[in-house]
Design a protein around this ligand. Structure first.
Ligand SMILES: Nc1ccn([C@H]2C[C@H](O)[C@@H](COP(=O)(O)O)O2)c(=O)n1
Length: 234
């Protein structure tokens, strides 16, 4: 059984008739596959050749971003980002959330109500507090140079993140969804990226779905029922 996390009905992106959504059914990475589950290599012939359905780099990094987005507590939009160097090494990952030690249970996850509403409070708006996924990824890179790197993000970067992307020297942005494209902040973002020549393109997934199924992995393991604290050490 796959580990299903909260499902958001609205698709994240509609690409080549393939729906990329928050539903883990669509982002299902098989850990068994990654561990080269013997069941998936039924014959000698199969095991003698490299696997054909391995993840291609761009799908791998975008799936990593989607997995990271699953960490987000934002009830409306969960975003994940992943920064990769020219040797295809992941150098940083991030998702949208409040700054360290600003409690997820205290700060607001909603947007402030309309100004004319009697209970309007401008301070009760998540946008004042959330660190965007892209910004968190850049900050998580622990000071290493990001010059010439690629940033994979599940949602097109806003203007504030575009500034950081440019200043960090990131040269390419790959994204899945551009659902806020018409908003001034996103138009300003493109204006800046265009002005300085940071390339951006929508990622078209090669795989429709990737399954994460913890059970498949543990079912193969006769010691799975043993807790971590009961490991046999020799
Ligand atoms: N490129 C982006 C755009 C947005 N975010 C974050 C900021 C919020 O937590 C959420 C958007 O919420 P909504 O306006 O859809 O209710 O996504 C980000 O991290 N990166």
């Amino acid at each position: 059984m796959a580990a299903l996390l909260p499902v958001k009905n609205e698709p994240l992106a509609q690409v080549n008739n393939a729906t990329v959504s928050w539903d883990l059914c669509y982002l299902s990475l098989s850990f068994a596959e990654m561990a080269q589950d013997p069941k998936s290599q039924m014959t000698e012939t199969l095991t003698n050749h490299k696997r054909k359905d391995y993840l291609h780099w761009d799908d791998y990094f975008m799936a990593t971003s989607l997995l990271s987005a699953k960490r987000s507590k934002d009830p409306v939009t969960q975003v994940g980002a992943c920064i990769v160097d020219s040797r295809n090494r992941i150098v940083a990952i991030g998702y949208n959330g409040f700054p360290r030690n600003c409690s997820d249970d205290v700060f607001p996850w909603s947007k402030a109500k309309k100004k004319r509403a009697h209970d309007f409070d401008p301070l009760e708006d998540k946008k004042l507090y959330v660190v965007h996924a892209e910004a968190n990824a850049i900050l998580n890179s622990i000071g290493m140079s990001l010059t010439g790197t690629r940033l994979y993000t599940t949602l097109f970067p806003c203007n504030e993140c575009a500034k950081l992307i440019i200043q960090a020297g990131i040269s390419q942005v790959l994204y899945l969804s551009d659902k806020y494209a018409d908003k001034p902040t996103y138009r300003a973002s493109k204006r800046m990226l265009d002005a300085v020549g940071v390339e951006y393109k929508r990622h078209i997934p090669q795989k429709k779905s990737i399954i994460i199924d913890f059970d498949t992995y543990t079912e193969e393991d006769p010691n799975a029922s043993l807790g971590a604290n009961k490991l046999h050490l020799s």
